[in-house]
Every structure is written in structure tokens, then in C-alpha cells.
Design a protein around this ligand. Structure first.
Ligand code: NAP
Length: 322
């Protein structure tokens, strides 16, 4: 039997992919910056034994049905809201994601975003670029403190815990909300479990780190923003659709909350003309939570290791469903 064939939906670095060519017959979409078009993706799904997909690819019923001999889809993200897991399970297609390897890197970015929004770092950098720094004044670019404030983490999972450890270093009070309590985290980090509403009412920084599911879609809506302090800063580092962007815009405009740090948006990429981009007190980033070279390489290798193990009939390293 020949080597299993796989298609990778973006061009990944040769130094990552080459070592796997011994075990796999690998084809890649030639573009690094541009997603594979749907027609090509469907055709490739019908041709190959495995796919390595990105969060920009919809692994839906149509695609899975096109994959006659498709055994595995290795999704290069920890979130898998772009994958129809139920259909994959019914069809017996294995799905893997990339947890753990990106946890600390994404927590670094989440905390940076919080700091940037609190201390107006992007605005302050632009102030110099615009050559506006020609005086000193007592409240020039004055932000708000982070240390000793209260952080509320919605979604105390792997990344939530890593953010909480950083917050502990800043001597913050840590509140969290999950569907289930995590007593080990409460003991280790000193975090306190609260209802969603209690967290919204008490946190100075409300941080969204729950996955996108039917249950979490738009959980940060007008009602939620209304419950937050008018000094609160909202941080979204999970998925854009957890927030109702229109409601967020209104809450910021009406000064129901003070600011936001956003790495993710309901529809990505956003354009420069998006209303949130130019709002005072808002820092917008282009979905770079796990984007360090080290971590992205680990994510790529984890996808390919899962694919190899699947065809060797070994246990998958990070199965979502098998
Ligand atoms: P994880 O370990 O699965 O943590 C997710 C947490 O969310 C769990 O503790 C879960 O606890 C909680 N949760 C699930 N449904 C909830 C609900 N309805 N209400 C409240 N809490 C809920 O995942 P992770 O590795 O930390 O990653 C979290 C998310 O971050 C990913 O799904 C992904 O969307 C996002 N992410 C973004 C970037 C980026 O580039 N910005 C990078 C990596 C990850 P319970 O089950 O007890 O509710």
C-alpha cells in the first residue's frame, strides 16, 4: 500500500513539512496568506485520506460528505467551532485540534491586550508617531491600574488558568465563571467561582476565554454589558461571536463600559473602517493569540503528528472525536 495522502490548506514552512514526507504523501495549498478556495478544498477532500485545516476553513457537512476516503481532519487551532464535529462523528472521521501547545502563548497575548487597553499603550505609541508629544500634563494619557484590581475570567480552562496565574502575579483578585467549578484552581491560584452575573457586576476586567458554542454565542450581549461597571474593560481573546459586536459598540459609545481589548471579531478580517477600530479606549488585534513562531510550529507539528498516528493506528495525541 502507498503512503496515505493528505492536503494541507495553507502553505506551511518546508522545514516543518519535509520530515513528514517519509510517512505521508503531502500536497499543500501554495498560498500562505490566502485561504484555499472552496471548490479546491472540496475536490481535495474527495481525493485525499487526511486534511490539515485552518480556522478559516469550514469543515461542514458538505465537505465531510465529499471526503469519500477522508479518515482524519487535523484542525490547526484549539477551538473547533469551524468543524461540524457531530457529522464527523457520525461518518467516523477523526477530528483533532491543538490544545496545550498554545496555552501560555495565548495567555501572554491575552494579558498584553488587557495591559494595552488599561494603559493606552497603542494610543500612546501613536501619539509619538503623530508627533503630538510636545508638552507634559498631569493626566497626559492617564490610564487605569491593573495591579490589585479584579479580573473576571469567563472560561477558566487551560488558557483561562494561565491568564489567572499572570493575574496572580499582579496581585489581582480573580473571579471566574465556568459551567463547572474547578476547586484545584481555586486552591492553587486563589480564584473565586461566581455566577456569570456576579462576575460581570464585580470585575474591573472581564475576560472572555470560553469556546464558541451554541450556548456561548453572544453571551456578551447588551444585557451583559449593562451589568458591567462603567469603568470595566472587556477583553475578548476567544472567538468574536461570543460578543454581540453591535451591543459592544453601543455600550462603549454610551459609556456603559470604559474600554475593550479585542483579538477576535464576529467576521474576520475586519477592515480599518470597522467602528470598533477607531473607538477611544479600544485596542483591536488581528487574531494573533497563538502567533509566535515557536508556538505556530508546535501547532503545525501537532497536526502532522496526529495525522501520522492516525494512519499508524496509534492513539491520537489531541482527539476532538475519533
Ligand atoms: P478549554 O481548556 O477547553 O477551556 C474552555 C473553558 O470554557 C472550560 O473551562 C469550560 O469549562 C468553559 N466553558 C465552556 N462552555 C462554557 C459556558 N457555556 N459558559 C462558561 N464557561 C464555559 O480551552 P482553552 O484551550 O483554554 O481555549 C479556550 C478558547 O480560546 C478556545 O476555544 C478558542 O476559541 C480560544 N482561543 C483563541 C486564540 C486566539 O488566537 N485568540 C488562541 C487559542 C484559543 P466548563 O466546561 O466547566 O464550562
Amino acid at each position: 500500500m502507498g503512503k496515505p495522502s493528505i492536503f494541507i490548506t495553507r502553505r506551511l514552512p518546508a522545514e516543518v513539512v519535509e520530515p513528514y514526507q517519509e510517512q505521508l504523501d503531502i500536497e499543500m495549498w501554495p498560498e500562505e496568506d490566502e485561504a484555499v478556495d472552496r471548490e479546491t478544498l472540496l475536490a481535495e477532500a474527495g481525493r485525499v485520506d487526511g486534511l490539515v485545516t485552518m480556522l478559516t476553513d469550514q469543515v461542514d457537512e458538505e465537505l465531510l460528505a465529499a471526503g469519500n476516503s477522508l479518515g482524519i481532519v487535523a484542525n490547526m487551532a484549539v477551538g473547533y467551532d469551524n468543524v461540524d464535529v457531530k457529522t464527523a462523528e457520525n461518518r467516523g472521521t477523526a477530528i483533532t485540534n491543538t490544545p496545550d501547545v498554545l496555552t501560555e502563548t495565548t495567555a501572554d497575548l491575552t494579558f498584553s491586550l488587557l495591559m494595552a487597553a488599561a494603559r493606552r499603550i497603542v494610543e500612546a505609541g501613536n501619539y509619538i508617531k503623530e508627533d503630538a508629544w510636545n508638552h507634559w500634563s498631569p493626566l497626559l494619557l492617564a490610564g487605569t491600574d491593573v495591579h490589585h484590581k479584579t479580573i473576571g475570567i469567563v472560561g477558566m480552562g487551560r488558557i483561562g488558568e494561565a491568564v489567572a496565574r499572570r493575574a496572580k502575579g499582579f496581585q489581582m483578585d480573580i473571579l471566574y465563571h465556568n459551567r463547572s467549578r474547578k476547586e484545584d484552581v481555586e486552591d492553587e491560584i486563589g480564584a473565586r467561582y461566581t455566577s456569570f452575573d456576579e462576575l460581570l457586576e464585580n470585575a474591573d476586567y472581564v475576560v472572555s476565554l470560553a469556546p464558541l458554542t451554541d450556548e456561548t454565542r453572544h453571551m456578551f450581549n447588551a444585557e451583559a454589558f449593562q451589568k458591567m461597571k462603567d469603568t470595566a474593560i472587556f477583553i475578548n481573546a476567544s472567538r468574536g461571536a461570543l460578543m454581540d459586536e453591535k451591543a459592544l459598540e453601543k455600550a462603549l459609545r454610551d459609556e456603559q463600559i470604559a474600554g475593550a481589548g479585542l483579538d477576535v471579531f464576529e467576521e474576520e478580517p475586519i477592515r480599518a473602517g470597522h467602528p470598533l477600530v477607531s473607538m477611544p479606549g479600544v485596542v483591536c488585534l488581528p487574531h494573533i493569540g497563538s502567533a509566535t513562531k515557536e508556538t505556530r510550529y508546535k501547532m503545525m507539528r501537532l497536526c502532522l503528528d496526529n495525522v501520522v498516528r492516525y494512519f499508524e493506528e496509534k492513539p491520537l495525541l489531541s482527539p476532538v472525536s475519533r
